[in-house]
Design a protein around this ligand. Sequence first.
Ligand SMILES: CC(C)(COP(=O)(O)OP(=O)(O)OC[C@H]1O[C@@H](n2cnc3c(N)ncnc32)[C@H](O)[C@@H]1OP(=O)(O)O)[C@@H](O)C(=O)NCCC(=O)NCCS
Length: 173
Amino acid sequence: MENSFGMCNFVAELLKMKKQWVLRQATASDLDEMIQLFSDVVSNVNARDYTPEQLKEWLRSSSNTERWQALISEQYVVVAQHGDDLVGFASLTPDAYLDFMYVHKDHQRKGVAQTLYDHLEQQAEETNASKLQSDVSITARPFFERQGFKVVRTNHNQRNKEVLINYRMEKVL
Ligand SMILES: CC(C)(COP(=O)(O)OP(=O)(O)OC[C@H]1O[C@@H](n2cnc3c(N)ncnc32)[C@H](O)[C@@H]1OP(=O)(O)O)[C@@H](O)C(=O)NCCC(=O)NCCS
């Protein structure tokens, strides 16, 4: 029994190592697909940790066109591309704040976020940043803990009648 579990783990690790996506810097022409991915992952994956009313408030931001345009022009944004499709994206501000980290709902737990994160951490180190900061959803907290981030406070974000909890997390570089 132990052997067959061992073999399954081995095969799973091999599949993870054989990454089928490439990273590249995002452009404005990626925005439509990024927004779609964001809406799908929030509706399907974050739905584990937030109520439908809270998700509705969160998703309102997807119609803020200026915010998305600013993302591309003001931050370092990377996308993970698999064939013709985006499987994830993440972003870093000039002052080492990790703003976005979203992975396609059908490509969770394949190491996509890990690849995006490793790239952005390296990018931050190249700018001599002393720490990385982010405001992280309940859903994403275990991923960031795995990267060595610590919670420094719990945020209660008021959005109309809803309060959405997330965590300010930091990692000393
Ligand atoms: C959080 C998120 C970005 C992680 O993306 P992912 O590609 O699935 O993560 P990875 O496969 O790279 O995970 C790497 C490691 O992080 C840890 N991890 C990731 N997700 C985890 C979870 N839900 N629970 C526990 N550990 C987790 C694991 O140690 C994992 O390694 P393993 O799969 O070998 O155990 C993804 O779940 C997501 O898009 N969530 C919804 C959007 C969101 O909340 N984004 C953050 C907004 S602030």
